[in-house]
Write a protein that binds this ligand. Structure first.
Ligand SMILES: NC(=O)CC[C@H](N)C(=O)O
Length: 273
C-alpha cells in the first residue's frame, strides 16, 4: 500500500511537533517534520506540499504568540503558501490544526470555512480564555457526529466522551456578534461542530469543564467542506494511555482517547490510495 504522507509543519515556538509526529507514525502514516522555510524555498532540504496527503499544524507558541496566538504563523503561510494549501485540499488531502494549529487555521480563514457566506471580516476568532489565565488540565469532549461521518473522527461513536487534555490561553471561540446566530445555525446544519466540552455526566457544564468560555462549549470544528479540522484540546498527548490522569488505578490499557482521531485520518487517507 502506498505511504500516507503527513507534513507536520513548524516554525519558531512550535512545541508539540514531536508527539504529533509520533501519533501519526504510530497510526501507520509517514510523517515528516517540516519547517515553513523548507516549503517557501528559504531553507534546505526543500519540500513541497504537493508531496503530502495531510498538512498538520501542531500546538505551541509559534512566534511567541505575539499579536495573537497563531497570527504571525498564519501571515507567513498566507504570504507564500496559500495556493499550495488550497491545492492540497483540491487534491483530496486533509488539513488538521491542534491548539496553536487551530488558531493558525482560524487566522488563515480556513475555519470555519462557511463557503456560502462571504464576509470581509473573519468568520470566527479564538479569544483569550474567560479566566484570563492559561488553562492546562484534562478536559472531557463529547463527540457530536455519527461514527463514520467525518474523516477526522470516523472511528468515534456519537456521544462518546473522550478524555483529552487542554493547555492554552486563547481558546475561546467567538463569532462576529451580528453574524453569530446565523453562523452557528449554518455550522449545525453543515454538521461542522465535532466536539463539545462536557462534565463527567456528559452534559455541558460551563467552567471549569469548558476551560475557555467558547460559545456553546464548542471544542473542535470542521470547515463546511469537511476537509479541514481544528480543535483546542491535544489528542496527540493521549495517543498512549500513560498520559491519561483519569485512567482508573490498575486499569491496563495501551492507548488513550486521542488515538481514534489519528486512526480515523489514516483510514480515510489510506482508503484513497
Ligand atoms: N498548547 C498550545 O498550542 C497553546 C496555544 C497558544 N500558545 C495559547 O496559549 O493559546
Amino acid at each position: 500500500m502506498e505511504l500516507v504522507r503527513a507534513c507536520i509543519l513548524r516554525i519558531e515556538g512550535t512545541n508539540c511537533e514531536d508527539e504529533t509526529f509520533s501519533a501519526f507514525k504510530n497510526a501507520g502514516m509517514h510523517p515528516e517534520l517540516v519547517h515553513l522555510k523548507q516549503l517557501t524555498g528559504d531553507a534546505e532540504p526543500r519540500r513541497s506540499l504537493e508531496d503530502y496527503d495531510c498538512l498538520m499544524i501542531p500546538g505551541g507558541f509559534s512566534s511567541g504568540d505575539y499579536v495573537r496566538a497563531g497570527a504571525i504563523f498564519a501571515a507567513r503561510i498566507k504570504s507564500k503558501l496559500m495556493n499550495d494549501v488550497i491545492d492540497l485540499l483540491e487534491r483530496g488531502g486533509l488539513i488538521v490544526g491542534i491548539c496553536n494549529g487551530f488558531q493558525v487555521l482560524v487566522e488563515l480563514g480556513l475555519l470555519p470555512g462557511l463557503d456560502d457566506l462571504v464576509t470581509d471580516e473573519p468568520q470566527m476568532a479564538l479569544h483569550t480564555n474567560d479566566s484570563n489565565r492559561f488553562e492546562c488540565r484534562l478536559t472531557l469532549l463529547r463527540h457530536e457526529l455519527e461514527e463514520g461521518e467525518s474523516p477526522f473522527t470516523s472511528r468515534i461513536e456519537k456521544g462518546a466522551i473522550l478524555r483529552i487534555p487542554s493547555a492554552h490561553a486563547e481558546g475561546k471561540i467567538v463569532f462576529p456578534e451580528e453574524f453569530q446566530d446565523e453562523y452557528l445555525e449554518k455550522m449545525r446544519e453543515n454538521r461542522q461542530i465535532v466536539f463539545r466540552y462536557v462534565n463527567p455526566d456528559g452534559e455541558r457544564g460551563g467552567y471549569p469543564w469548558n476551560p475557555n468560555g467558547s460559545i456553546e462549549d464548542i471544542a473542535g470544528i470542521t470547515n463546511q467542506r469537511g476537509d479541514v479540522f481544528g480543535m483546542m484540546p491535544h489528542p496527540e498527548r493521549v495517543f498512549h494511555a500513560y498520559n491519561d490522569p483519569m485512567r482508573k488505578r490498575g486499569e491496563i490499557k495501551a492507548y488513550g482517547d486521542g488515538k481514534a482521531i489519528f486512526d480515523s485520518i489514516f483510514e480515510y487517507l489510506s482508503s484513497r490510495k
